[in-house]
Design a protein around this ligand. Sequence first.
Ligand SMILES: Nc1ncnc2c1ncn2[C@@H]1O[C@H](COP(=O)(O)OP(=O)(O)OP(=O)(O)O)[C@@H](O)[C@H]1O
Ligand SMILES: [Mg+2]
Length: 347
Amino acid sequence: MNGIEFHNVTKRYGTDASAPLAVKGISFEVPQGTLTTILGPSGCGKTTTLRMIAGLESPTGGKIVMGGRDVTTLGPADRNVSMMFQSYALFPHMNVVENVAYGLRMGGATKPEATARASDALKGVGLVGFNARLPSELSGGQQQRVALARALVLEPAVLLFDEPLSNLDARLRREMREEIRAIQQRLKLTVAYVTHDQSEALAVSDQIIVMDHGVIAQRGTPEELYSRPQSEFVAGFMGEAMVFPAHAQADGRVALGPLRLTPRHPVAAGPVKVAVRPEAWQIGAPGGLPATLRKAAYLGGFYEYGFETPLGPVFVVSSDLERVLAPGAETALGLGRHGVSVVQQPA
Ligand SMILES: Nc1ncnc2c1ncn2[C@@H]1O[C@H](COP(=O)(O)OP(=O)(O)OP(=O)(O)O)[C@@H](O)[C@H]1O
Ligand SMILES: [Mg+2]
């Protein structure tokens, strides 16, 4: 049993009782052997939450349970956790393999054994032939991989990552996140993973927790968050969805300009918002929203279009490379069922 539970946990930094709360009474569970990402904009409390799991910060209120045990007041040494930090401080005077082997040596492994396991871990993150280098002789991305190997080599019950891939280029980032996910699944590790990159969160998670200003805006599977956001904030954050004011009619359909949508969940008549992902628009749909193309950008596998419409500017992603529009073109935009969600306005 290595799951993590937060029960109404709050955190205020410092001793001034009038200081704002960085985390405002959050409750969630990371089931054993699963990966949860904590996603949200800068300053929303992600690192604070992770540091409380690690035991590096103590909560101001609430309870933290790990492996069925109340660990709220325990320090990091009394929790079987390993954390990879946002700033991945490597020991500057140790070479690469020594950095990775350090934790194993502290745990009592012999030098040859620690070195062998450290070399394997480095191989696992794609860093071969660098063992004797000092951190100062590596690029930022290579240092990040050393830090990742150092966290993984300990194979702790709970692994925490704070933006582990932020310094890597796009291709490496994809490889490394697949590697982290594969290791997590192979070793059935319980992982909490902080990122502000929604595509990274969608790719690796069993559960996503979206935070906003110290509270949980929504949590669920990637599919739930992407296709059924419960608020404008989550819809906007889980992709480049644009949110439009619309009107739910008495017949249950939603009027968005000339378009009529059937919401997946019944909504009460009155004002609502409709979140639309850029790939959901269908260009050239009969009876659709009149649109004039203002901007077009070719991005390799797809086009990005900026249309002007009676609803205001509309951003569209199209992978139709056969029929390419030129600025000034007049068309009509329709909507399918995917990538469109109706968000009820809070009463
Ligand atoms: N040691 C500290 N002392 C006082 N306030 C802090 C401290 N650390 C963080 N905070 C504040 O707590 C809030 C949450 O910070 P946190 O570092 O958890 O955000 P974050 O979601 O990790 O942001 P980012 O994406 O920028 O890393 C912020 O308002 C921040 O200024
Ligand atoms: Mg942070």
